[in-house]
Design a protein around this ligand. Structure first.
Ligand code: F6R
Length: 365
């Protein structure tokens, strides 16, 4: 059932182009964005003035990635919080608050408890899940199903991509309903979102050797740092989590601008720094942070935009991703980090499908 792949993790990473396509199929009808399971009327969406995305683990990182899209396209504040924190504090919730629960399994205990509580407080609740009829789907006012199909490897990969794509659809919908995006803009963004399917395939087809070379540089490390700015820093959280989970190598993610406020003390010769340096308005700032790491002897692995030769001057290893609109770069840039985590794990003789101490579904607190 691994379909010829050596492990489920690689099989599931390889399915990601299909997940993008399937999650988008039928969502654009007659030039209009159409989410038939939305469960919330345009009027109900129009009054939304605050969004909380709540989730755990990898699903939480999907939320971090979409925060800027919701704020940028719908111009309403969006906070992203771990469900295990959200449920034990006293967040500001009114009937015009939308709480979006993101959960692959649809049965994570903290996420479920958080939406139950949010409903009692009067919020509208929306679910993004991979499992039809799961508790999150049943208890939400509306739902978008990610079309990842069953995920077997414990470390989540393809469902993460499905979650980011689904959350992007929700952000587009909010932008449209709020009148901040025109129909033409929604259509253009929707098509660019769909293009990420081929871009992921390009990474899978062309970057294997570069990723393996980078993995060798991490194999014997004690620790690794992931750095980036903007959406790049959100991708780093997911990259560091994946590496920790499957390779047991300690990894930490940091916003690049925060490096000099502490973590740079860790850098010594050979210390791996994995940097997301895709072309974006903050590219130069990230590169200047990296120069500081390079000067202290860090082994730099950069995930950069295809055609960027300049980055080779400071990076020891470069993995390329295709040029893409900044807001969609998380969908593509996460893929090499998933593959890197897997390669490092294999070099360290770890079971990539079933890491120790982890369960696929966390139904206890
Ligand atoms: C990481 C991973 C976990 C889950 C988390 C939430 O690879 O799989 O961090 O993302 O336990 O699970 P769901 O999405 O089912 O609520």
């Amino acid at each position: 059932e691994k379909g010829g792949y050596p492990d489920f993790m690689l099989k599931e990473i390889s399915e990601q182009p299909r997940v993008v396509r399937d999650t988008l199929v039928g969502r654009m009808r007659g030039g209009e964005l159409d989410i038939d399971e939305l469960g919330l009327s345009y009027e109900e969406l129009d009054i939304i003035d605050r969004v909380y995305v709540i989730a755990c683990g990898t699903s939480f990182h999907a939320g971090l990635i979409v925060k800027n899209m919701i704020e940028g396209w719908a111009r309403i504040p969006c906070e992203v919080e771990a469900a295990s924190e959200f449920r034990y504090r006293d967040p500001i919730i009114t009937p015009s608050t939308l709480v979006v629960a993101v959960s692959q399994s649809g049965e994570t205990a903290d996420t479920l408890a958080a939406i139950r509580d949010a409903r009692i407080r009067g919020a509208k609740v929306f679910g993004i899940t991979n499992v039809i009829g799961s508790p999150v789907a049943r208890e939400a006012d509306g739902v978008i199903y990610t079309k990842a199909n069953k995920e077997i490897a414990v470390a989540s990969t393809k469902s993460f991509i499905g979650q980011v794509v689904s959350l992007t659809l929700l952000a587009l919908m909010l932008g449209q309903v709020k009148g901040k995006l025109t129909c033409g803009q929604v259509r253009m963004l929707f098509h660019e979102l769909g293009d990420t399917a081929e871009q992921i395939q390009w990474i899978m087809d062309t970057q294997g050797a570069a990723i393996r070379e980078a993995a060798l540089a991490c194999k014997d490390a004690q620790s690794a740092l992931f750095v980036g700015r903007g959406v790049g820093s959100a991708i780093c959280y997911e990259g560091a989590l994946k590496l920790k989970e499957v390779s047991y190598l300690h990894a930490e993610a940091y916003a690049a601008g925060e490096m000099k406020h502490g973590p740079i003390a860790l850098i010594e010769p050979g210390f791996p720094v994995i940097a997301v340096t895709t072309r974006s308005p903050v590219y130069d700032k990230t590169v200047s942070n990296l120069k500081e790491c390079e000067a202290r002897g860090a082994e730099i692995i950069a995930v950069a935009t295809e055609g960027d030769e300049e980055i080779r001057a400071i990076a020891d290893h470069v993995i390329y991703i295709p040029r893409v609109r900044d807001c969609f770069s998380p969908i593509t840039a996460t893929v090499p980090l998933q593959l890197l985590a897997r390669e490092v794990a294999l070099l360290r003789d770890c079971n990539v499908d079933q890491p120790r101490n982890l369960a696929k579904s966390v139904t206890v607190e």
